[in-house]
Design a protein. Sequence first.
Length: 146
Amino acid sequence: MGNSVSWLLVILGVICVIAELALGVMTGFDLALVGAALIAGGVVGLVFGSANVGLLSTAILALLYFALFRKWLRFKLQVKHQPSNVDAVIGRTGIVTKRIAPRDWGLVKIGSEEWRAELVRQDGAALEPGAEIKVLSVEGVTLRVG
């Protein structure tokens, strides 16, 4: 009886891990870790030849995971949105390095990078080198500034 329960724990653990792999991030890694607890408990039960030891070790490992590590692991696995590349320059200010006219692109410096830029406003006033701009949008590799 002891070996069959321990083998059942191992099999259920493997099923949980496979389900985690099949479902991906939907379960938040819980199935894999519960599966690992089931497998470890089953192996302990097989080593000691006792279903009770296997069930007890499985329960302790699962409780430790849920009580101590689940919140920490979820925090570590949480995806943080951080703008990168082009998205990071929208809303930033910069300095004109080459004159920008309403129908003629120029150059602006944002931080340590120089970008091609065009004016969004069509009021006829060009921006001369040294003028401050704000990035309103991006089209391809050209910043649309105002």
